[in-house]
Design a protein around this ligand. Structure first.
Ligand code: 6CS
Length: 336
């Protein structure tokens, strides 16, 4: 952690009144607004915890405590008890978490996807120990929707991404993914993306439709391209010492609240992609939304094996074991 961040974190601890978890209030930060998917999940978690215990949950949406890296550090240090951070930002800390950025690994079928997250051994049995090494209790991972490219120029194939500075989350494998797609990947924290598109520093970025709509990405780009290459994944974690120190009863409260929020968020997202795209069209009728054909997707799909090879190189000690289990889990739900 940099000195500035340490000072900021210390000041925040003072501001929040304590560095340890207070008995009654659990603090939970996430990377999105209250009415976006991570916020909806967090609200459901809070509702469940408060209905089933004497604890209350204080929610910190994006913009209240800093960028994604910062809220994760605050959770590792115990200032926050819970955090939602996408593997898109966790990849440098837990290299194996980059597995989510192999193009065309995850299915787009929502039911298969939900079953995969629920039943995957890689996610539920292998990842927890990797997160634990970083002081984090991995509570759940869940999908947030098909990732789409939004750009200032049309994209029908990799040559159209040539010279396009394309913003990605700060994840080395995602950088490799977009290099393989032919773009010039530009890792940036979320808070800088709108301004960078507006000023022309970058010419593209990717996100699920609900996020493109709610954050008004359509104001600063003109084309949405559905290449079907990924589905946005996120992870909810607790500070490990905090979680380990909970009574069995409180652990059950947390675990049950997570399960209820998982069910809720899968259900909440039914139809959300199409609704969000319709809202974008309504707000900006000129926005071009293109679903690439199988033929157009082919050259993007052909990059998958080279990105996978890169994952085995940079994905940490467990990369191969995680990838193999991940694929076996996908096969088990009929999604490979
Ligand atoms: O692209 C990003 O950085 C953000 N995208 C989503 C869907 N959630 C949070 C994350 O920061």
């Amino acid at each position: 952690m940099s000195n500035t961040k340490l000072i900021a974190t210390g000041a925040l601890a003072l501001l929040l009144g304590t560095t340890a978890a207070s008995a009654d209030t659990w603090r939970y930060a996430f990377e999105e607004a209250l009415e976006e998917v991570q916020g909806k999940f967090a609200q459901k978690f809070k509702e469940e915890v408060e209905a089933n215990s004497d604890h209350s949950v204080q929610l910190f949406p994006f913009g209240t405590l800093g960028e994604s890296d910062s809220i994760l550090e605050q959770t590792q240090s115990g200032i926050l008890q819970f955090v939602d951070q996408s593997p898109g930002f966790t990849g440098a800390l837990i290299p194996e978490a980059q597995v989510f950025f192999g193009p065309y690994l995850l299915p787009q079928d929502n039911e298969k996807l939900a079953t995969f997250f629920e039943e995957s051994k890689a996610i539920n049995e292998m990842f927890p120990s990797l997160y634990a090494e970083q002081g984090l209790e991995l509570l759940t991972m869940f999908p947030e929707g098909e990732v789409m490219m939004t750009t200032t120029e049309p994209v029908e194939g990799p040559p159209d991404l040539n010279e396009v500075k394309f913003r990605v989350m700060t994840n080395p494998l995602l950088v490799e993914n977009y290099k393989a797609f032919g773009a010039t990947p530009t890792p940036l924290p979320w808070g800088e993306v709108y301004g960078a598109l507006q000023t022309g520093i970058i010419q593209g970025q990717e996100n699920p439709a609900f996020f493109i709509e709610s954050t008004k990405m359509y104001e600063v780009t003109d084309y949405i391209t559905r290449a079907g290459h990924n589905n946005f994944t996120t992870a909810v974690m607790a500070n490990k010492d905090f979680y380990d120190g909970l009574s069995d009863e409180d652990k059950a409260v947390v675990d049950n609240a997570i399960d209820a929020a998982f069910e809720y968020i899968i259900d909440y997202q039914k139809g959300l992609t199409e609704e969000s795209l319709a809202k974008i069209k309504e707000a900006k009728p000129d926005m071009t939304i293109t679903e690439l054909t199988d033929e157009q997707r082919q050259p993007f799909m052909e990059t998958a094996s080279s990105v996978e090879a890169k994952f085995l190189e940079i994905g940490g000690d467990q990369a191969e074991a995680i990838l193999n289990q991940f694929k076996a889990d996908l096969e088990a739900v009929g999604a490979e």
